[in-house]
Design a protein around this ligand. Structure first.
Ligand code: XUL
Ligand code: CO
Length: 452
C-alpha cells in the first residue's frame, strides 16, 4: 500500500476536478417535468405538516454503493467504471472518491452521508497503517464537510468483508479476531466523533452462524453484548453524544444472524441492559427478508422506544435476496410515512439510501437518477400520508375500532384496573359480542384515493 504525505492530501481534497461536469445542481421542477435530472415531488423547503420536507426526510447517501460499488456479483466482475478509481493507487483513489462524493452530495442537494471505514480509506498492510489511512481521510472529509455543510448521519466499521471475519467479528470464537474488530470500531468511532456523526451503526454482517453443531450461541451473544458495551463506554468517554444503532437482518451473509429483526434486537438490548444507548437502524430489504413489512418494523421500533434511523431501499418481491434496489414502491413510502408522521418523526435518525443502481445501469448519471427517483418516491409518500391524516377519516376509522375501551369497564381494563376474574365475570353477564368488520378494504381504498 502506498503511503500518502499530508500536503498531497490537502491539495487533492481542494482539487478542482469535476467528476459530473454535465450535471448541474438538481432542482425541483414539478410533476410535469420530463427532465430525468430534476425532482418531480421533492421540494426541499416546501413546508408539510409544520416543517420543510428536508427535515421530515433527512436524506443521506451511502458511500459504499454509490462510490465503491462497481456492480460485481458472484457470476462476474464489476461493470461500471468510476473516474475516481485510479488503478493500483488506493489512497489516491480514496481522495479522488471523496471529491466526487462531495460534488455528488452538493449537486443532489442531500444534507447527510454515511460510510464504513473501508469505504472512506483503504485497509493498510497492518492495523497501524489502516488506522493512519482512516485518520488522513477523516481530516480531508472534515474539510469537505465544512466547505459544503454536508453532515455525517452515521459512520460504521466494515467487520464482514475481510476473510479474518469469516466466523464473525465480536462473536468470533478466536479472541485475536475480536481484538482486530475492536481496533476497527475504535478507529471508526474516532472518525465518527471527529466528523460530528449523529449516530454510529453496528450491522452484524457475520455475527451469526451456519451450524449450531460448532457454535456456542449463548457465549457468542454474551461476547457481543460485552463488545457493544465497551464500544459504548469508549464512545461516551471520548465525546460521542449521538445514538448507537443496531441494524437487524435475518440472514445473508450468515444463515442465522443474531440481529434477526427489530423484535429480536429489542429483546437482546433489554436482556443486556443496552437499551438506553442503542436504538435500531431499520432497512426495508432486511425487513422483507425477515418476513415483515418495512412499516411493521418501524412501528415495532417506535412501540419499544427503539426507533433510531432508516436504511431506504427495496427488495425484489420475486426472490429472497438482499437486492438493495432504490425505493420505487409508492405504497411502501405511504405506509412508512403514515407511521413516521403519527409517531412524531425521525428525531436523530435519517433516511440513508442503502441502495445500488442495477449492474447494467452503467452510465454515471444513473447514480443521480436512482437517488432522485427514491427521493421523489419518499416525498410523494410524505405528501400523500400528510393529506390522508389531515383530510380523510383514516384516523377516526382506526380510533373507532377501539371505542369500547374509551369508557366504562373497557377504560378500566386499559387503566390496568381489572383482574382476570372480573373480566371473566363480565363475559358471563353479557351476550355474544357482535361481529364488527375490520374494514381493511376501506382503509386500502383511502390510500389509493389520495394517490393523485
Ligand atoms: C448490508 C447492509 C450494510 C449496513 C451497514 O445488508 O445493509 O450496508 O447498512 O454495514
Ligand atoms: Co443497511
Amino acid at each position: 500500500m502506498e503511503a500518502k504525505p499530508q500536503t498531497m492530501a490537502i491539495n487533492l481534497t481542494l482539487g478542482q476536478k469535476e467528476y459530473f461536469p454535465k450535471i448541474k445542481k438538481i432542482k425541483y421542477e414539478g410533476q410535469d417535468s420530463d427532465n430525468p435530472l430534476s425532482f418531480k415531488f421533492y421540494d426541499s423547503e416546501k413546508v408539510v405538516s409544520g416543517k420543510p420536507m428536508k427535515e421530515h426526510l433527512k436524506f443521506a447517501v451511502a458511500y459504499w454503493h454509490t462510490f465503491c460499488g462497481t456492480g460485481g456479483d458472484p457470476f462476474g466482475p464489476g461493470t461500471k467504471s468510476f473516474p475516481w478509481e485510479i488503478p493500483g493507487k488506493p489512497m489516491q483513489s480514496a481522495y479522488a472518491k471523496l471529491d466526487a462524493a462531495f460534488e455528488f452530495f452538493t449537486k443532489l442537494d442531500v444534507e447527510y452521508y454515511c460510510f464504513h471505514d473501508r469505504d472512506l480509506a483503504p485497509e493498510g498492510e497492518n492495523v497501524k497503517e489502516s488506522v493512519q489511512f482512516l485518520k488522513e481521510l477523516t481530516k480531508a472529509a472534515k474539510v469537505k464537510q465544512e466547505e459544503s455543510s454536508v453532515k455525517l448521519l452515521w459512520g460504521t466499521a466494515n467487520l464482514f468483508s475481510h476473510p479474518r471475519f469469516m466466523n464473525g467479528a465480536a462473536t468470533n470464537p478466536d479472541f485475536d479476531v475480536v481484538t482486530f474488530a475492536a481496533s476497527q470500531v475504535k478507529a471508526a468511532l474516532d472518525a465518527t466523533i471527529e466528523l460530528g456523526g449523529c449516530n454510529y451503526v453496528f450491522w452484524g454482517g457475520r455475527e451469526g452462524y451456519s451450524s449450531l453443531l460448532n457454535t456456542k450461541m449463548k457465549k457468542e451473544l454474551d461476547h457481543l453484548a460485552i463488545f457493544l458495551s465497551k464500544a459504548r463506554d469508549y464512545g461516551r468517554e471520548n465525546g460521542f453524544k449521538g445514538t448507537f444503532l443496531i441494524e437487524p437482518k435475518p440472514m445473508e451473509p450468515s444463515k442465522h444472524q443474531y440481529d434477526f429483526d427489530v423484535a429480536t434486537v429489542v429483546s437482546f438490548l433489554k436482556n443486556y441492559n443496552l437499551e438506553d444507548d442503542f436504538k435500531i437502524n431499520i432497512e426495508n430489504n432486511h425487513a422483507t427478508l425477515a418476513g415483515h413489512t418495512f412499516a411493521h418494523e418501524i412501528q415495532t421500533a417506535y412501540n419499544f422506544n427503539a426507533f433510531g434511523s432508516l436504511d431506504i431501499n427495496q427488495g425484489d418481491p420475486h426472490n429472497g435476496w438482499d437486492t438493495d434496489e432504490f425505493l420505487s414502491n409508492i405504497y411502501d413510502a405511504i405506509h412508512i410515512m403514515l407511521v413516521i408522521l403519527e409517531e412524531g418523526g425521525l428525531k436523530t435518525g435519517g433516511m440513508n439510501f442503502d441502495a445500488k443502481t442495477r449492474r447494467n445501469s452503467t452510465d454515471l448519471e444513473d447514480i443521480f437518477i436512482g437517488h432522485i427517483h427514491a427521493m421523489d418516491t419518499l416525498a410523494r409518500g410524505l405528501l400523500i400520508a400528510d393529506e390522508i391524516l389531515r383530510k380523510s377519516n383514516y384516523k377516526d376509522l382506526k380510533q373507532k375500532r377501539y371505542k369500547s375501551f374509551d369508557k366504562d369497564k373497557g377504560l378500566h381494563f386499559t387503566k390496568n384496573k381489572l383482574g382476570l376474574e372480573e373480566l371473566a365475570n363480565i363475559a358471563s353477564n353479557i351476550s355474544e359480542p357482535e361481529i364488527i368488520s375490520g374494514k381493511q378494504e376501506l382503509f386500502e381504498s383511502i390510500i389509493n384515493k389520495y394517490i393523485k
